[in-house]
Design a protein around this ligand. Structure first.
Ligand code: ADP
Length: 177
């Protein structure tokens, strides 16, 4: 756990759909904001049909973009849906991945969320190597926190599904800034 400019940034190993203490959870969405595999499948399964009703009106989105909806049956207030870059295809992938984090923080903060949890965006079917993704993701979050534009967010959590990803993100966070 790090404390940067009064905001706590932490890594936990777990499931993004099981973060009941967090106001906004981030979905590694697809362009159509539809249920699918990975994080999107898990979030839509847990949130129920209503979530897709909210989403349909907002799709399609572009790589790097983030939109926010209510959280349906999840125990959170909001779901932020962002579209990560397909590694090496949506380029520059590092800039687009950083945009995902910046834009997600922005829309959640604007809605008054005090806490947000991110999965490791783009590291699943979109093929982003985890170490590189961790560096870009942690840097983007630390820069946003240091930028001082977040008015409501007090806690930012990375939720990593596997032990390996958890260890990599934790090490990058420990050495950041
Ligand atoms: P993308 O299409 O952006 O690559 P994926 O959903 O395929 O997104 O995967 C992103 C990352 O999230 C992967 O590292 C995957 O292991 C992880 N992941 C999958 N399901 C969950 C979950 N329920 N909670 C947290 N992380 C998850």
């Amino acid at each position: 756990m790090r404390r940067i400019s009064g905001i706590s940034v932490e890594c936990v190993r777990g499931d993004i759909t099981k973060q009941p203490d967090i106001d906004a959870v981030v979905n590694a969405a697809n362009r159509w904001l539809a249920p699918g595999g990975g994080v999107a499948g898990a979030i839509h399964r847990a949130a129920g049909r209503k979530l897709y009703e909210f989403c349909r009106r907002l799709a399609p989105i572009k790589p790097g973009q983030a939109v926010i909806t209510p959280a349906g049956e999840l125990k959170n207030k909001f779901v932020v849906h962002c579209l990560g870059p397909v590694y090496g295809k949506d380029v520059p992938s590092d800039k687009i991945l950083a945009d995902c984090y910046r834009n997600s923080l922005k829309v959640a903060d604007e809605k008054g969320a005090q806490s947000i949890a991110f999965p490791a965006i783009s590291t699943g079917v979109f093929g982003y190597p985890v170490k590189e993704a961790a560096e870009v993701s942690v840097d983007a979050v630390v820069e946003a926190v240091e930028g001082g534009f977040l008015k409501n967010l007090k806690k930012i959590r990375f939720v990593l599904f596997s032990k390996n990803d958890f260890e990599i993100f934790s090490e990058v966070l420990d050495n950041a800034g």
